[in-house]
Design a protein around this ligand. Structure first.
Ligand code: TRP
Length: 337
């Protein structure tokens, strides 16, 4: 029996932060290393152009995501790593699926509604159609499971609806993918612990590429309360609670263990040690990433290897789709011997 197919990806939209690392990247690596799946990890560059972007930065951002994948431990020997726009079938299948997707379903998508408010001057059709492109990504590879964060669950549910509709209308060739809900720790901004950590507030955001000095400085300035005890209370002490969660992510200790360890410490000591835990935790990733970026030909080689594997699968699936939709001629039946 072949292994179930696992498929996921990230958009190339700039630097990743530790929330992206614990929420997605680290999970990808663990899932790959579980050995239970045939994994595909791709770079969703076509999704990323539904928001404002700078053309001459886009491909560099794509390479950066691939470097992040590799530096985090995704291996081109174990997983298929590829770039969405290099496989034309993503766009092609999107069109076929568009023609069976009810307008009303897309209009309900909360991400579209949210983004229509945050990018008012650029509510493009791509933004509206984004979930159908996502369905095409997933369905092209006969995906069984899709690790996603909560924000993408609605899109995955739509993917399942589209798969069922396709199967009912044409022929049962689409697998209905299951979401694998990844528990995303709620990491908050260091400068405003009531808001999510986000690259739009860089002072409060720990980026995977931040130099040790920058990490130390940001943690030192992190907003806390005036009670000086290192105890976990997200409502009363959201700043310290957030720092404890960051510590837990990197050190693999439980919250209780961290509270115990710092029972007699003040915030200054805790912050200083947290900074070192983060610096050390990110060091192997940063060393590997720097090496990789010095050898871009290595990254190119990985992308090309993944492209070939993904293309083979995508071509097969698209041939099947065109056949069952009646867009191509049926293969002539073999003559009886
Ligand atoms: N929409 C996803 C995100 O922003 C990225 C993505 C695109 C994706 N296509 C996908 C994730 C297919 C999983 C499967 O995070």
């Amino acid at each position: 029996m072949s292994k179930p197919i696992l498929f996921s990806g990230m958009q190339p939209t700039g630097k990743l932060h530790i929330g992206n690392y614990f929420g997605a990247l680290k999970n990808f690596v663990d899932l790959q290393n579980s050995g239970r799946y045939q994994c595909y990890f791709f770079v969703a560059d076509l999704h990323s152009i539904t928001a404002e972007f700078v053309p001459n930065q886009k491909y560099r951002q794509t390479l950066d995501v691939v470097a992040d994948y590799l530096a985090a431990g995704i291996s081109p020997e174990k997983s298929v790593i590829f770039v969405q726009s290099q496989i034309p079938e993503h766009g092609e299948l999107t069109w076929m699926l568009n023609c069976i997707t009810p307008f009303g379903e897309l209009r309900r998508m909360t991400q579209f509604k949210d983004k229509s408010l945050t990018q008012k001057e650029n509510i493009n059709i791509g933004l509206f159609d984004y979930p159908v492109l996502m369905a095409a990504d997933v369905l092209l590879y006969d995906t069984d499971v899709v690790p996603v964060g909560e924000d993408q669950l609605q899109h995955l549910e739509l993917t399942r609806t589209i798969a069922r509709k396709f199967n009912a209308q044409f022929k049962k060739i689409m697998k209905e993918p299951e979401p694998l809900l990844t528990e995303v720790p709620r990491l908050m901004s260091l400068s405003d612990p009531l808001r999510k950590m986000s690259k739009s507030m860089p002072e409060g955001c720990l980026f995977l590429d931040d130099e040790p000095e920058v990490i130390r400085e940001k943690i030192k300035r992190a907003v806390t309360d005036s009670d000086a005890k290192v105890t976990y209370n997200p409502t009363k002490k959201p700043g310290i609670a957030n720092l404890i969660r960051i510590y837990r992510g990197f050190a693999g200790l439980s919250i209780k263990e961290i509270e115990r360890k710092y029972a007699d410490a003040n915030y200054g000591i805790f912050k200083r040690e947290l900074a070192e835990v983060v610096v050390e935790g990110l060091r192997p990733f940063q060393v590997r990433k720097k090496l990789l970026l010095r050898k871009p030909s290595e990254i190119d080689r990985v992308i090309e290897k993944g492209r070939k594997k993904a293309q083979k699968k995508a071509t097969e699936k698209m041939d099947q789709v065109k056949l069952v939709m009646g867009l191509t001629k049926k293969a002539t039946p073999k003559k009886m011997a």
